[in-house]
Design a protein around this ligand. Structure first.
Ligand SMILES: [Zn+2]
Length: 115
């Protein structure tokens, strides 16, 4: 697996993930739809927040299990901790340096249908 570095827009938040991009996902839940998020799922052991933990703000709603992080300086969503699999992160792939989505399959996940 390769290591990719990511950041929010103002670069207060930087992080690294390890992945070989088995797939990308979209989600039609009420928040992902608004974020227009294209994500890759990584286990928490493959996620390392390097800087900016102090500026990350958490938004929770509904069951309050998922933690939707965003940068309190620039407002960008870099990643969230997932609700059904809380030991995994969904990472906003457009925050990653040098990431090219071409050739990677995209799976639409069902968020609206979750209770
Ligand atoms: Zn920022």
């Amino acid at each position: 697996m390769k290591t990719y570095r990511g950041s929010c827009h103002c670069r207060a938040v930087t992080f690294e993930i390890e992945t070989d991009f088995p797939e990308l996902t979209t989600c039609d839940c009420s928040i992902c739809r608004r974020k227009n998020a294209l994500m890759v799922k990584v286990h928490e052991s493959q996620m390392n927040i390097l800087t900016g933990k102090d500026v990350l703000t958490t938004y929770r709603f509904h069951t309050h299990t998922a933690q939707h992080y965003f940068c309190s300086v620039c407002g960008i969503y870099p990643f969230h901790r997932k609700r059904v699999t809380p030991d995994h992160f969904g990472v906003n792939v457009y925050c990653l340096e040098g990431f090219d989505p071409s050739g990677i399959s995209v799976r639409a996940t069902d968020g609206v249908g979750m209770d």
